[in-house]
Design a protein around this ligand. Structure first.
Ligand code: PLP
Length: 416
């Protein structure tokens, strides 16, 4: 019913994805989808915009139907009973993560993360003068990231500073892992044993693939469903990824524990006086109340895009090994062979040449920490034709001759 194949011009709309690349470049980078919202969501915003008053809105605290829409979404999509009172509205997810860091750790203390991981995880820690305690995720034979609890324990033992907080990306960006209940429980057992608060960023939670066919399929399990650990668990999520609403800057928390919730509520009042945005709130409510059929059609489309892309890259582009994610619309790929083949010094240089010469922009894995060097992340959430054209450009460029050393990046030790 919905047409995800249509190419719609996005340039000239202040789009981070499109308006920051040169004319002719296909952007397969930032996690933003090239699909328009479903019609009822657009109508909701048009209706609100048609009333020419954009003054302050009442606090979202007084908007029961908003919280109820989120509660219902958890119940119907994730079979998770959430008490509406456990839900708090917050600003964008990254701002919410920053608030968590300030609230549950002190300057000079450590915050644990598992790398590679979404770049702002590093930033919200270091910009708040905390220390990143980074543990590299292992990969299994399918290229899937796996947790090694003893390695995490070890890193915490050796940190040399208190580490009262962990940030956990679930599902995982950039690796696309959807963690099992057992993995989440093992992680929470560790954080509980060490008296740490565990904050879960679950913004990709609606995008776990359960369609049979290929790969390994894993139900999304919210950390909020593991009641035995709830006194130290904070979940941050939102409709931004599932419904492509990143520009609206709104998130929500699910915090089952009353004390933790009160702390977060105070922080929200103190730091943001968060009343909610007049456009964001109705958009999110509409997404959660009416968006299920759209998302149900989008997910198989995204998954078919992923399969087509991974198959193409692995079969056609020498020097790339791409992995099928369990969730998200992001593909993680090992490009160390290609870097070497084309004579690039490192992954940044490879990505630079791809943008300049092949006219396709993808994300260097190095922005997700040292663990991502030699890897790239490719966003598959575009009309299939555009996505495949972008990948074909990578293929054609990969088949070219080694480069002259013209790029601004020095050779790295990576390839030795
Ligand atoms: C794991 C993760 N968290 C947060 C965000 C951004 O969320 P927001 O736009 O609500 O700040 C992204 C965007 O890609 C993400 O991948």
């Amino acid at each position: 019913m919905y047409n995800f194949n249509e190419l719609i011009e996005r340039r000239g709309t202040s789009s981070l994805k499109w308006d920051t690349v040169k004319e002719g470049v296909i952007p397969l980078w930032v996690a933003d989808m090239d699909f328009p919202v479903f019609p009822e969501l657009q109508e909701t915003l048009e209706k609100r915009a048609a009333h020419p008053f954009y003054g302050y809105r009442v606090s979202l605290d007084n908007k029961a139907s908003f919280y109820d829409a989120i509660r219902l979404w958890y119940k119907t999509r994730h079979d998770l009973p959430v008490d509406s009172r456990a839900i708090l509205s917050g600003p964008g997810t990254v701002l919410s993560l920053g608030m968590i860091v300030r609230e549950f750790s002190a300057e000079g203390e450590g915050v644990l993360l598992l790398a590679p991981v979404y770049t702002p995880f590093f930033e919200v820690i270091s910009e708040n003068k905390r220390k990143v305690v980074e543990v590299f995720l292992e990969q299994d034979n399918h290229g899937r990231f796996i947790l090694d609890i003893s390695k995490i324990d070890d890193a915490l033992d050796k940190a040399g500073i208190p580490v009262p907080l962990a940030l956990f990306c679930s599902p995982h960006n950039p690796g696309g892992r959807v963690w099992t209940k057992e993995e989440i429980a093992a992680f929470l057992e560790l954080t509980q044993r060490r008296n740490m608060v565990a904050a879960f960023d679950e913004i990709h939670g609606d995008l776990a693939y359960e369609k049979s066919g290929a790969g390994i399929f894993q139900h999304f399990v919210s950390a909020a469903s593991l009641n035995e650990y709830s006194d130290r668990v904070i979940v941050v999520s939102g409709a931004n990824k599932s419904f492509n609403l990143g520009g609206l800057h709104i998130s929500h928390f699910v915090i089952n524990d009353e004390n933790l919730r009160a702390t977060m509520q105070n922080a929200l009042h103190r730091e943001t006086h968060h009343e909610g945005d007049i456009f964001a709130e109705p958009a999110v409510e509409t997404a959660y109340r009416l968006g299920a059929p759209w998302l149900d059609e989008l997910r198989p489309y995204l998954y078919d895009n992923i399969l087509a892309a991974v198959q193409f890259l692995n079969a056609e582009v020498r020097g790339i090994k791409a992995f099928i994610p369990d969730g998200t619309y992001l593909i993680w790929a090992d490009v160390r062979g290609l870097i070497k083949q084309r004579g690039c010094g490192n992954v940044e240089e490879l990505v630079f040449h791809l943008e300049e010469e092949a006219k396709v922009k993808i994300t260097p894995g190095s922005i997700y920490g040292k663990a991502g060097e030699g890897y790239v992340r490719i966003n598959a959430a575009s009309p299939r034709e555009l996505l495949m054209e972008g990948l074909k450009r990578i293929k054609d460029w990969a088949a070219g001759l080694p480069l002259m050393q013209t790029s601004p990046w020095p050779a790295a030790e990576l390839l030795q």
